[in-house]
Every structure is written in C-alpha cells, then in structure tokens.
Write a protein that binds this ligand. Structure first.
Ligand code: PSU
Ligand code: MN
Length: 308
C-alpha cells in the first residue's frame, strides 16, 4: 500500500541536522487568496525563508499523500485548483488520504503534519477560532483543540474579527495555550494592529520566544503556542473600513445560511471582494512578516538545541 506521509529530503535533512525549518500551511493558498497572488505569495515566502538560512516546508495532501515540503509545481497546482481542493483539518485527514485526493491543510492539519515530521515552528496569516455566537452554535475551529494537544508554535497576525476574538482568547486559555505578543501587549486582528483585547505575555526578541518553547519542551508540556505578530503599521487597514466589510459579510453569510467548514472561506472571500486590493496587499505583507519572525525564532531554537 502507498505510504500516507512524505517528507521531502531537503526538510528531512534539515531536521536531522538541527537546521531551522519553518512550516507553511496550504489552506491559505487554496482558500485564503485568489490566483495568481496565492501562488506568488507562497513561492515568495519560500524564497524568503531560504534566503534567511531556513528551509521552508509547505504542507498539503497531494494525491492522497500528506506531504511536508511541497514542490513549486505542487504549490502551483494547489493555487490553480483553489477552493476545489478539499480544505483539510484534523477530521478530514483520513478521508482525503484514503480517497487519494488533494487537500489543503488548515492550521490544525498542518500542525499535525509538523508533529509527524518533527517541525517546531509554523508561520501563517491568521488562525481559526471561536466564531461570533459560538456560545450558541458551538462553531469553534479545530485549530484551537489542535493547539491544545500538538506541540507546535504558530506565528500569526492574530485572528480576523470575522471571529469573536475575546471568546477565542478564552478558549485558548482553557486549553492551556500561551498567547505571546511579539513586541506588543495587544492581540492583533490580522488587518489591524489591535483587536481591543490583550495578549497573555509580551516578549520582545526571537531568543526569548525560543527560550519559552524550549522550556515547554523540557517540561514535556504538550500543546502549542501562539506568537501574535501585528501587521506592520504601513500596511495596516483602517479599522472602521475593515469592520464595516466584516459586518456586511457576516450578514450575507447569515442570509445564505452558510455554516460549518464553508463559513471561514466564505467570510474571507467576501471581505476580500469588498475591500479589494488593499486587503490582499495587507494579507501578503503580514504573511511575509510572520515568516520573517518564524525564521528568526527557528534559528534561535536551533541554537538552544545545539547547546544541549
Ligand atoms: N483565517 C484567515 N485566513 C485563513 C484561515 C483562517 O484569516 O486562510 C484558514 C486557516 O487555514 C485556518 C482555517 O486554519 O481557515 C480555519 O478554518 P475553520 O474555521 O473552518 O477551522
Ligand atoms: Mn468551524
């Protein structure tokens, strides 16, 4: 029978030799941005990581194989296929693999692949979380439960306010997931630097973050960590402008009765259509910023491991 899991030799070699690796997810490619900007961004991010002494590991399911370290051609395929690729969270993994399909892994799906591969750091745009009214609908992303159990640090620009960020932070606290603000006390809201909520801890250097990851490992404390890295000021969008678009998107989703795994991609797409090029540009820039920070943390962590 075909193997269900594949790790590229470049990624494997880096892990085996304590060289820094940064994982990247693929739902952001297929469901998070339009073609061709999705492919351009995914490839630019990989190039950036390489030129910064790190090995990028884009994760996706390709023809039924959970792949850590996709090729350029595979990234192009995922970008072109877009939302016709199955969005793959933890619960979707076995079926997409058994059916031999292509799957774009979410934060949860990617974290699980990182665990199998032995990758500590993963950079993305925004995480899933507790949706608005989730106290009634129970629509809370599997990303949060994955963060509870899987030992991977996720560098993100916070969560979009399509979610209830306050409830998301409560869920993370319950699950024992530290939320670290990088050079900020504020929980960022993806397109904007502030959400109105605070992070748990502020740390100002990649070395301090690496130390926290290392301490967690030494204690055998399972579960992940969030590093919230706010979008750079020059790329941040106007709060009222974004929130207006989000409000309209939420009303549309309600009218159309969109629920379940479709709701996040629907809201992302609506907001992107309403805010046009500005939000796409912001999205691309914040991902780049997160990869930059993830590379620095990955390098600092390798240094700590090397000293053992
Ligand atoms: N939020 C974004 N961009 C994204 C996602 C969330 O701003 O691309 C994607 C991520 O892959 C995340 C997933 O893991 O959506 C969460 O989906 P759900 O809420 O269905 O778990
Ligand atoms: Mn959901």
């Amino acid at each position: 029978m075909k193997q269900s899991f594949y790790i590229s030799s470049e990624v494997k070699e880096a892990i085996d030799n304590n060289r820094p690796v940064v994982a990247l997810e693929s739902t952001i490619i297929s469901h998070g941005m339009p073609y061709p900007q999705n492919v351009e961004t995914a490839l630019a991010v990989e190039n950036y990581a390489r030129s910064n002494g790190c090995v990028p590991a884009t994760v996706a399911i390709i023809d039924g194989v959970l792949t850590v370290g996709c090729t350029k051609e595979q990234i192009e395929l995922l970008g072109k296929l877009g939302t016709s690729v199955t969005k793959t969270s933890r619960r979707d993994l076995p079926i997409v693999i058994a059916e031999g399909k292509n799957g774009a892994t979410t934060v949860a799906g990617t974290m699980y692949a990182c665990k199998l591969a032995g990758i500590d750091i993963f950079a993305t745009g925004g995480i899933g979380g507790a949706h608005r009214h989730s106290e009634i609908t129970m629509d809370i992303s599997a990303d949060l439960d994955e963060l509870q159990q899987t030992d991977v640090t996720v560098v993100c620009a916070g969560a979009k306010s399509i979610l209830d960020i306050g409830l998301t932070l409560e869920c993370l606290e319950t699950r024992g997931v530290p939320v670290i603000g990088y050079r900020t006390e504020d929980m960022p809201a993806f397109y904007t630097q502030k959400s109105g909520y605070k992070v748990d801890y502020r740390l100002d250097t990649p070395e301090q973050i690496a130390k926290a990851i290392w301490a967690k490992k030494q204690l055998g404390l399972s579960g992940g960590m969030i590093v919230a890295n706010a979008i750079a000021d020059e790329y941040a969008l106007d709060e009222d402008f974004v929130n207006g678009a989000i409000q309209t998107a939420l009303e549309r989703a309600d009218e159309l009765g969109i629920k379940g795994k479709k709701i996040t991609p629907f809201l992302l797409n609506e907001v992107q259509l309403m805010t046009g090029g500005a939000s796409l540009k912001a999205n691309i820039q914040l991902v780049m910023g997160n990869v930059r920070l993830a590379c620095e943390i990955a390098r600092a962590l390798c240094k700590l491991r090397g000293q053992q």
